[in-house]
Every structure is written in C-alpha cells, then in structure tokens.
Design a protein around this ligand. Structure first.
Ligand code: P6P
Length: 344
C-alpha cells in the first residue's frame, strides 16, 4: 500500500471532525485508547517472553475480580495501561472497567472532560496462555450535564447513547475496529511505523448466513426457544431451515465478533440455567453494548433474544445480558423462536 493512499487513524478521525461527526475531545479520547491498545498489543505479543502470562495474585492465592473470575497478569496490566493513558488528557470525566468494582472519576489533579469511558481491558484473557486471539473492548458515553464527579449511576445509559465504540483484536495482526455512529471501519496496526492504518472502510455484515457461534456444551442448560432454534440449525437442509450450517466458537468474543463483522454469522451467548440468576454471562455495558453498536453500524442486528440490545435500560454497571448478534436475518430468526415461545 503506497504511503499516499494510506489513511491513518489520526487522518480518518481528523476528517470525521472536519465533517462535524466528532469533536476534538472525542477524537483525542479515541486516539488515546488506540495508543493504549498498541501498548497492550506489545505486551500480549511477547507471550511467555514477557513474563506476564498466567494468573495474577501471589503464589497460591489467585486475584479474583468483581466478576468472580481469576485475573490474569495481562488483565491487570491492560487495565493499568488504559487507566494511566486516559488520566491526564482532560477528555474524560470518569472511567469504568470490567476489572474494577466501581467506576472512578478522573483524579482531580487532572482536568476533567465530558466523556465517560467503559472498557473490558482484555476480553477472553483465559485464551492468552494458549495463544488464542484476545482483545480490548471499549464504549464511550457522554457525562450527564452538570455532573462533575460521575458515579456508577451516571454510566447507566442505554446503548443508543453511545458516542463511540470499538475493539482492538490482538491476533495474527492487531486490528482496531471502530464506530462513531457513521459506519464501522477497521484499522490494521502497521508495526513498522507504529500507526493504525485504515484497511476496511464501511464493514458490512451479510444479511444471511450459514455460520453460528455458540458454546454447545451449555445446550442442556438452555431455555426451550434456544434449544428449538439450535436444534433446527443442526437439522440442516433436511430440517425447517432448509440449509446446512457450520459452527465456530473461539470463546473470545472479540475474535468471534470480528469474524462475523468480516464474513457474517450469528454469535449467541443465551440465557442458561447456570447464568440465568445473573441475567446472562456477558456484560451489557462494556461487552454487549459496544459490540452491538459496531454490528448495527455494519448492517447487522443485536438482541437479548427479546429486546433490541441498544435499547436495554441498564440497572447495574456490571449487569449481564443474553446476547444474539450478527447477520440481521439470522438474529431475527432467533428472536422469532423466542417470540413464538413466549406467546405460548
Ligand atoms: P465460555 C471470555 O471469557 C468471554 O467473556 C467472552 O469473550 C466469550 O465469548 C465467552 O466469555 C466465552 O464463554 O463459557 O464459552 O468460556
């Protein structure tokens, strides 16, 4: 790709600002997050050579986060990188992380801005030790007018309120996928110059698909409509769907969603009797909502199975939800199974 034809993330965001689609503070915020993701990519890429694989915590005593999950050393490091990068820029009023019990206002030694940043610093981190792609997921909201010291309740805005959302996937290449509400675009890290370069403008999810992503080991725990839906997928062309389906499950949401944004498919982490009491497995504010924004901006759909994801009114910072997202016609099919079941 010749230098004159390359569009860096910085140039893309400046052009979006000149077009009035983003302001300077939001542009700076996204560039700061992207810079932090480059640092995380370096740490993840070192693997065993970086001395940061394995569980966090002291010998014999794992470090457990608010999710009740054992933290990996890279979970903690990635969280620290994002916290430090965003502390002093003056673009944020506060931030919230999967790895922190509560949100944190920007320390008052630094200027505060008008945005709130939520993130899962390293999603899928259980895959790190086996060298499978992981990623950072982030969501940007506005701090409510008149709020100078944001608390958890100020983050509880529906997904439709997002100003921007994105993820960085640390795979064979490091890619940043971003939306500010005007399409979903992909940038690939050029390690020789240290910049994210626009490599796919306007990602578009095919409306139909023959590929589904779900953890089949949970099948016996699913609700009846999910059992019926997946049963018909597995029945293939002889069944009611009239076509054969393929299955993929990386168990790293960023990797599964990136595949779906790239070639279509449906991703599902439905309610099951193991996680129903918590509302689901995946978190609304910093997993489901940012991924749903990206997917809808790419022409796909995202639902809880019973409600458009982006219209869910949050009740808690670490709230969990069932997730169906991807190719629009397939998500609508899955929602239909739930609607017919609920209608009795
Ligand atoms: P399971 C990773 O822990 C994660 O939060 C998502 O990235 C992924 O889609 C899901 O959980 C995998 O869950 O139950 O298959 O391990």
């Amino acid at each position: 790709m010749s230098p004159s034809s390359t569009v860096s993330l910085t140039r893309h965001l400046l052009e979006e600002q000149r077009a009035g689609r983003i302001n300077a503070d939001a542009r700076l915020l996204i560039e700061v997050v992207a810079r932090a993701c480059k640092s995380i990519s370096i740490a993840v890429g070192k693997g065993a050579l970086g001395g940061v694989l394995g569980d966090a915590g002291t010998a014999g005593e794992a470090s457990i986060n608010i999710q009740g999950e054992a933290q990996k050393k890279l979970d903690v490091l990635s969280n620290e990188i994002l916290m430090e990068a965003n502390a002093w820029g003056g673009h944020l009023a506060g931030l919230a992380s999967e790895e922190m019990d509560h949100s944190q206002p920007i320390p008052d030694v630094h200027p505060r801005g008008n945005y709130l940043l939520l993130f899962d610093p390293l999603d899928g981190s259980s895959n790190i030790d086996v060298n499978i792609s992981v990623g950072t997921i982030f969501s940007v909201l506005r701090c409510p007018d008149g709020v100078t010291t944001p608390a958890d309740e100020h983050y509880l805005q529906p997904g439709t309120a997002q100003v921007a959302a994105g993820y960085c996937t640390y795979g064979p290449s490091t890619m940043l996928v971003l939306t500010i509400g005007h399409g979903t675009h992909a940038f690939t890290l050029d390690r020789e110059i240290g910049s994210f370069v626009l490599t796919q403008r306007g990602m578009t999810i095919p409306e139909e698909t023959k590929e589904f992503a779900v953890n089949m080991s949970n099948q016996r725990f699913w609700e009846a409509p999910m059992q019926a839906y997946v049963g018909d997928l597995l029945a293939g062309k002889e069944g009611p769907r009239g076509k054969d389906f393929n299955m993929r499950w990386v168990a790293s949401m960023v990797a599964d969603v990136h595949r779906i944004l790239t070639r279509g498919g449906i991703f599902s982490y439905p309610l099951d009797s193991k996680c129903a009491a918590k509302g689901g497995k995946l978190r609304l504010m910093y997993e489901a909502n940012p991924m749903s924004f990206l997917v809808e901006q790419a022409g796909g759909a995202a639902s809880t199975g019973r409600q458009r994801m982006l219209e869910v009114q949050p009740t808690g910072l670490h709230q969990r939800v069932p997730v169906f997202l991807g190719s629009k016609a397939e998500v609508e099919a899955a929602v239909g199974y739930h609607a017919r079941h609920d209608a009795g």
